[in-house]
Design a protein around this ligand. Structure first.
Ligand code: PYC
Length: 308
């Protein structure tokens, strides 16, 4: 009987399931190399942890691994219902809160190794966490697409630790009542972006006016496995900051308050970096631990590897 210890948390409504122990042996090397092994060889574990009947499509998994550099706090491999993520902003905040809840991480700064590079997480005394992300940049501006049933769609392709298409036109009404159509439209846009020369894009992001005038914008982010992000998406907000910087619409150090479809907020700022090629975003948010439990993988259970 295989047992996997997990701690669940949510960051602005978006859940993170951190695997504390019982995960697969991925060998040595960089976190990027171990993430490749995980992606290639551990599909049953990934689906068993994330998918029904133990989980749901909205969960993001965070597999804790030994860091390559002993000076780092930990390594992490983020994963979801369809594969492995590069980075995950809400997941990093959830991971920090989880380790703090276990008494393993103090207030202060901690380096966390991810498959796409090291990030620095600062745990504040009030429970907030700021994540200084990887270099983020806009790859293509004003990309125009013909999307079936939607017509002409215009947007930017940007990297914020994952690949995003940030829709500029047409604007969508970002309310919960429109969830079904937002999901269907974002999915169609993703297919058109992929067919239009950007196969790497696996997240699509809409923007609109905030519900709370204290914020700058509301977003809707569709993730690679068709789940929508309940949080404002840390890597999506990083991609947005890179585009705002490239457009000269936000200066370094200025705060951008990004609101999600459910009204949760991340604060984002950036430093210029990469010789002007991109920016280093810092995303601040808060997570709460929701459960600590043991998953049981019974060899006689026909759905032990999740419903795929
Ligand atoms: O917060 O970066 C994020 C994220 C990626 C996918 C879901 N959340």
């Amino acid at each position: 009987m295989k047992k996997v210890v997990i701690i669940d948390s949510h960051t602005g409504g978006e859940p993170t399931r951190t695997v504390i122990s019982g995960g697969p042996d991925l060998g040595g090397g960089s976190v990027a190399a171990r993430a490749e092994v995980f992606a290639r060889e551990c599909g049953e574990f990934r689906c068993g942890v994330i998918n029904e009947p133990r989980g749901s499509d909205v969960l993001v998994g965070a597999l804790l691994v030994e860091p390559e550099d002993p000076a780092s706090a930990c390594g992490v491999i983020f994963f979801n219902n369809v594969g492995v993520l590069g980075m995950c902003g809400h997941g990093t905040i959830g991971l920090v809160e989880t380790l703090a809840w276990q008494g393993k991480l103090a207030v202060g700064e901690h380096v966390i190794e991810t498959p796409v590079g090291n990030v620095t997480a600062r745990r504040h005394g009030d429970g907030r966490v700021s994540v200084r992300n990887v270099l983020s940049y806009r790859k293509a501006a004003g990309v125009e697409l013909d999307v079936p049933e939607l017509g002409r769609v215009k947007g930017d392709v940007a990297w914020g630790g994952n690949w995003f298409f940030l829709v500029k036109e047409p604007q969508r009404d970002l309310r919960m009542e429109n969830l079904e159509s937002l999901t269907a439209e974002a999915w169609r846009i993703r297919q058109a972006v992929n067919a239009g020369g950007f196969p790497e894009v696996d997240h699509v992001e809409f923007f609109g006016p905030p519900g709370d005038p204290a914020n700058h914008s509301r977003n809707f982010v569709l993730c690679p496995g068709k789940a929508w992000d309940r949080s404002p998406c840390g890597t999506g907000t990083s991609a947005k900051l890179a585009c705002l910087a490239a457009d000269g619409a936000l200066v370094a150090g200025e705060i951008w308050c990004q609101e999600s479809l459910i009204g949760s907020v991340f604060e984002g700022t950036y430093e210029t970096a990469g010789g002007g090629v991109g920016v280093i975003p810092t995303i601040t948010g808060r997570a709460w631990v929701t459960a600590e439990t043991v998953l049981i993988f019974d060899p006689s259970d026909p759905f032990r590897g999740g419903i795929v």
